[in-house]
Design a protein around this ligand. Structure first.
Ligand SMILES: O=P(O)(O)OC[C@H]1O[C@H](O)[C@H](O)[C@@H](O)[C@@H]1O
Length: 316
C-alpha cells in the first residue's frame, strides 16, 4: 500500500491518509456511515464514530500526539508492560512505535466478512528495540469495523525468539461519556480488584454496580467476558466483549489529578472513562513459536434496549 493511497474494495471502504504529523492513518468506513481511524503511530485507534458521526472515544482537547509521545485518548495499546509494573517505559513501547500495514493480510473468516472493513497492522522489533527488550516477536493487530458500527480489535503476539518471554497487555480504552457522575459499570460486581491508589492492595467490590464520585484506578481480576458501561444522560450503553483478557482496568483521574496532567483541559475528566480489557495480574508466558490472541469488541446500544432486556445486563 503506497503513501496516502486510497484503496476501496467491494465490501467496504479503507483509506490511508496522513494525520497532522504526516504519519499514515487508516480510515475504516462502514456502509452505513460509521468510521474508525487507526494511526500507524502506536497502532492506536484515535477515533470511532457511529453512523450519526458522533465520536464514541475520548480524546482530550489538549492531547499531544507527536511521536515519540503517545496520545492520551482513543485506544493506546499497552505492550509488553502495563503501567509501571516493570522496567520499561510506562505502558511499554508498542504505543510509541511506528507500525506498518500488512498489504496481504489473511482474509476474515468467511462467516464474519459481510460488510466488514478491516486493516492488519504489524509491529516487529528493530535491532535497537532488542537492546531494550531482548525478545523477538511479531505483533499483528487487526482492527475491524462491522456494518452495524461495532469495533473489534484482535491482537496476535507470536514468540519468534529462541526463549520464552512474558508480557502484560491492555487495550487502554478511553470511552467518551456525557458526565462521569452519571455513568455506571455493570459486570464487575463482587470481583476482587487491585487498587492502584492503595499500593495495589487487594479488595473485593461490594457495590451493585460501579459508580464514580472520586478518583478510581483499579484492576478488576478474572472478570466476565462481557461488561456494560451505562451512560444515563446520553441514554446509551457501551457493551464490551472480550476474549483472552481476564482483567479490566477502570480509571478516571477526577479533578485534582487531571489538573496535574498536561494533556487534560479543565473539567475534561468528566467526559472520560477508561475501561481496559487487559492481562495484568498473571502475565502471559509465550514459549518459542507460540502465539497469544486477545480480542476486544466494542458496541453501543440504546440504554432503553438494555432496560427492556434486563436479562441482557443482569446475566452479565
Ligand atoms: O497517562 P496514560 O499513559 O494514558 O495512562 C493513564 C493511566 O493509565 C492506567 O489506567 C493506570 O491505571 C493509571 O494509573 C494511569 O495514570
Amino acid at each position: 500500500m503506497g503513501h496516502s493511497a486510497a484503496i476501496w474494495d467491494q465490501r467496504a471502504a479503507i483509506e490511508v491518509t496522513k494525520d497532522w504529523n504526516g504519519i499514515n492513518q487508516v480510515v475504516l468506513r462502514s456502509p452505513r456511515g460509521a468510521s474508525a481511524r487507526v494511526s500507524l503511530h502506536g497502532g492506536q485507534v484515535t477515533s470511532w464514530r457511529n453512523d450519526r458521526g458522533e465520536e464514541l472515544l475520548f480524546t482530550s482537547s489538549k492531547a499531544i500526539f507527536k511521536p515519540p509521545k503517545a496520545m492520551q485518548g482513543g485506544i493506546p495499546i499497552c505492550f509488553p508492560q502495563f503501567g509501571n509494573c516493570g522496567s520499561l517505559e510506562k505502558h511499554g513501547f508498542a504505543r510509541n512505535k511506528i507500525w506498518s500495514i500488512d498489504d496481504n493480510p489473511p482474509p476474515l473468516p468467511a462467516n464474519d466478512s459481510n460488510g466488514k472493513a478491516f486493516v492488519d497492522l504489524l509491529l516487529k522489533p528493530t535491532e535497537e528495540d532488542l537492546k531494550g527488550w531482548p525478545h523477538s516477536f511479531e505483533f499483528r493487530l487487526r482492527v475491524s469495523l462491522a456494518t452495524n458500527g461495532d469495533l473489534t480489535m484482535i491482537s496476535r503476539i507470536r514468540n519468534i525468539n529462541g526463549k520464552p518471554f512474558s508480557f502484560s497487555f491492555a487495550y487502554h480504552t478511553y470511552l467518551s461519556v456525557s458526565d462521569i457522575s452519571e455513568v455506571r459499570i455493570e459486570g464487575l460486581e463482587t470481583l476482587d480488584y487491585l487498587d492502584n491508589l492503595c499500593q495495589k492492595e487487594r479488595f473485593t467490590e461490594q457495590g451493585d454496580a460501579i459508580t464514580f464520585e472520586n478518583e478510581v484506578d483499579r484492576v478488576y481480576l478474572s472478570s466476565p467476558n462481557i461488561i456494560a458501561v451505562l451512560d444515563h444522560e446520553k441514554k446509551r450503553t457501551f457493551v464490551i466483549r472480550k476474549e483472552g483478557l481476564p482483567d479490566v482496568v477502570v480509571w478516571n483521574p477526577w479533578e485534582k489529578k487531571s489538573k496535574s496532567m498536561v494533556d487534560f483541559g479543565d473539567e475534561e475528566y468528566k467526559q472520560m472513562l477508561c475501561v481496559d480489557g487487559a492481562v495484568i495480574e498473571k502475565p502471559i508466558v509465550l514459549k518459542p513459536g507460540e502465539e497469544w490472541k486477545g480480542r476486544l469488541c466494542l458496541s453501543v446500544v440504546p440504554s432503553s434496549y438494555c432496560s427492556e432486556h434486563d436479562a441482557y445486563l443482569t446475566g452479565l
